[in-house]
Write a protein that binds this ligand. Structure first.
Ligand SMILES: Cc1cc2nc3c(=O)[nH]c(=O)nc-3n(C[C@H](O)[C@H](O)[C@H](O)COP(=O)(O)OP(=O)(O)OC[C@H]3O[C@@H](n4cnc5c(N)ncnc54)[C@H](O)[C@@H]3O)c2cc1C
Length: 471
C-alpha cells in the first residue's frame, strides 16, 4: 500500500483518487477550497438553482466505467441521468434559420437539416460527420483511452480525411473553418463551427479533426443529471469516501517535494509538509513553481495563455417552462455563440410557475459581454425580458476562484493535428512518482476527458509505465 497525495478535488483528481483507493493505496486529496468538484458547482438563490460549470455530460461511458470499477453501485443507481432529446436547437439569425436536431439519430438529424437548409444539407452534414467518425476511429484510443505515446508524430497530423478540391494541390491540412465552408457552406457551415466554438476552440485555427466533437455529441448523446451536474460531483466524492479516500479542505498546495529525482510529498501554503510515495497533480502544473519541478521541456503545456474562459448568466424567470422547449439551444452570431440551457428539472426552480435558465458563452478577446449574451438569449427564450425576475452574472474571476486556473481558463479536449500543438502533457512526468490528472493533462479538459485522466493515471501507477490503456 503506497501513500498517494492528490492535488485538488476537481473531477479528474477525484476520479483518479477513487480508482487508486480501490487498488489498495492510501489516498489523500489536498484541496485549497472548502468543497470538492472544482468547476462543477451549483448556485442557489430564492428557490432557483443553476449549474456554475458544465450543464451536460457527453460520453457518459467514462463515468459509468469509473463507477463499475470502484464499487458495487453503478452510476445510474447513484445519479438520475436523462438524455437530452431533442439534443439541441440551433438558431442562426443571420440565415433566418432555426432547426431542432433529435438526439443520437443520424437519419433524423439529416431530415431536420434538409428541412431547414434545403435538400442535400443532411447528406452534406452526414458526409462531414462520417469523415469525423474516421478521425474519431483513428484517434479514440491514443486521444482518450491510452497514455500519450512517447512518439507523438502520428498525432501531429490531422486524421480528418478532408475532401481535396480538384485541380488544386493541397499544401496544408485545412482548418475546421475551411472544411465547414467547403464541405457545408453558409448556415450549415456556421452551425458546425459554432458547435466547436462552444468548446473554447477557434475553428479558424483548429484542425478539421475538431469535427470529432460534434460527431461525439451526435453519436453518444448529451446527458443531464437531475438535480444538476453538481450531483455527479457529489456522487464521485461519495464514491471516494466509500473507498476511504481522505479529503483535506483549505489545504493549498504550494510545491511538490522531490527527493533523489522522485516525488516525495507536498509542501502546503502554511509551510507544513506531507510525505507521499507518489503525487498526482490534478491542477494546471504550471501553477506550481517550476523550480521545484524539473519539467522536461516537452512536458510544459503549450496551452494556457489565450485559453478562453466562460461568461455565464443565471436567469430567474416568472412563468412556467413550456413543455415543448428544447433543453439546449445554441444562438449563433459572428461575435459569440450563446448556449442556452433550459433543463426540465423541478430541483432548479421554486415551483412550476417559474423557470431557471442558464446562458453562457466564451469569454476572452472575442467573447461576449453580459448585455450581448442576454440579447442572444432572447433568441431562444420567448418573452425573456418580460419574464425576467432577476439575473446574476458569473465572470471569469468566479471561474478562477472555483478552479484556480488564471483568468478562469477552461481547457478544451485534446485534438490531433496542428503539428501536435493541441495535445497536453503526458500523465506521467520525468519525475518518478509524479503524475498529471485533470483537464490540463492528456487527454485534456471537459468532464469526460478529464474523467479519463483518472483511468490513465491510476493505470500508470498500478500497472506501471507499461500500461497501455484500460480497454
Ligand atoms: C463555466 C464552465 C463551463 C464548462 N462547460 C463545460 C461543458 O459544457 N462541457 C464539459 O465537458 N466541460 C465543461 N467545463 C469543463 C469541466 O468542468 C472541467 O474540464 C472538468 O470539471 C474537469 O475539471 P478538472 O479535473 O480539471 O478540475 P477543476 O474543475 O479545474 O478543479 C481544480 C481543483 O483544484 C483546486 N486547486 C487549484 N489549485 C490548487 C492548489 N494549489 N492546491 C490545492 N487545490 C488546488 C481547485 O480549488 C479546484 O477544486 C466547463 C467549465 C467551466 C468552468
Amino acid at each position: 500500500m503506497a501513500r498517494i497525495a492528490v492535488i485538488g478535488a476537481g473531477m479528474g483528481a477525484m476520479a483518479t483518487a477513487a480508482r487508486l483507493a480501490v487498488a489498495g493505496h492510501r489516498v489523500t486529496v489536498y484541496e485549497r477550497g472548502s468543497t470538492y468538484g472544482g468547476a462543477v458547482g451549483r448556485y442557489e438563490r430564492d428557490g432557483f438553482a443553476f449549474d456554475t460549470g458544465p450543464g451536460l455530460l457527453h460520453l457518459p461511458a467514462v463515468y459509468r466505467d469509473l463507477f463499475v470499477k470502484t464499487g458495487k453501485r453503478p452510476l445510474e443507481d447513484c445519479v438520475d441521468m436523462v438524455q437530452a432529446d431533442p439534443a439541441v436547437r440551433h438558431v442562426l439569425p443571420r440565415h433566418a434559420v432555426a432547426v431542432t436536431l433529435p438526439g443520437a439519430s443520424r437519419g433524423g438529424v439529416a431530415a431536420a437539416l434538409d428541412g431547414a437548409f434545403g435538400p442535400g444539407a443532411g447528406e452534406r452534414w452526414n458526409g462531414v460527420l462520417g469523415r469525423a467518425r474516421d478521425a474519431w476511429d483513428a484517434t479514440r484510443r491514443p486521444l482518450l483511452e491510452e497514455p500519450l505515446p512517447a512518439d507523438r508524430r502520428a498525432l501531429a497530423s490531422d486524421p480528418y480525411p478532408a475532401l481535396r478540391r480538384s485541380g488544386l494541390l493541397r499544401r496544408r491540412s485545412p482548418t475546421l473553418a475551411e472544411v465547414a465552408e467547403r464541405e457545408l457552406g453558409g448556415g450549415l457551415g456556421e452551425l458546425l463551427t459554432g458547435l466547436v466554438r462552444t468548446y473554447g476552440i477557434d475553428p479558424g485555427r483548429a484542425p478539421a479533426s475538431a469535427a470529432v466533437l460534434p460527431y461525439m455529441e451526435q453519436t453518444f448523446g448529451s446527458w443531464y443529471v437531475r438535480g444538476g451536474m453538481r450531483a455527479l460531483a457529489t456522487a464521485v466524492h461519495e464514491r471516494c469516501l466509500e473507498r476511504r479516500v481522505e479529503f483535506v479542505f483549505g489545504a493549498q498546495v504550494r510545491e511538490v517535494l522531490v527527493a533523489d529525482g522522485r516525488a516525495a510529498g507536498l509542501r502546503l501554503a502554511d509551510g507544513s509538509e506531507v510525505a507521499a510515495d507518489s503525487v498526482v497533480c490534478g491542477i494546471d502544473p504550471r501553477l506550481l513553481p517550476a523550480a521545484s519541478l524539473p519539467w522536461p521541456q516537452e512536458a510544459v503545456p503549450a496551452r494556457g495563455e489565450g485559453v478562453p474562459s466562460r461568461l455565464t448568466l443565471f436567469l430567474a424567470l416568472r412563468g412556467g417552462r413550456p413543455a415543448d422547449v428544447v433543453h439546449r439551444t445554441l444562438v449563433h452570431s459572428p461575435g459569440a455563440v450563446a448556449t442556452v440551457l433550459r433543463p426540465d428539472d423541478p430541483a432548479g426552480r421554486p415551483d412550476a410557475d417559474h423557470e431557471a435558465v442558464t446562458v453562457s458563452a466564451l469569454c476572452g478577446p472575442r467573447g461576449a459581454g453580459a448585455d450581448e449574451l442576454l440579447e442572444l438569449a432572447c433568441g431562444a427564450v420567448e418573452g425573456l425580458r418580460e419574464r425576467l425576475l432577476w439575473h446574476e452574472v458569473r465572470t471569469p474571476a468566479d471561474v478562477e476562484a472555483a478552479t484556480g486556473a488564471p483568468g478562469g481558463s477552461v481547457p478544451p479536449p485534446a485534438l490531433a493535428g496542428a503539428g501536435g500543438r493541441l495535445l497536453y502533457p503526458a500523465n506521467s512526468t520525468a519525475v518518478a512518482g509524479l503524475y498529471l490528472a485533470g483537464g490540463w493533462a492528456h487527454p485534456g479538459g471537459g468532464l469526460a476527458h478529464a474523467g479519463m485522466t483518472g483511468a490513465l493515471v491510476a493505470g500508470l501507477i498500478v500497472e506501471g509505465a507499461g500500461f497501455r490503456g484500460s480497454q
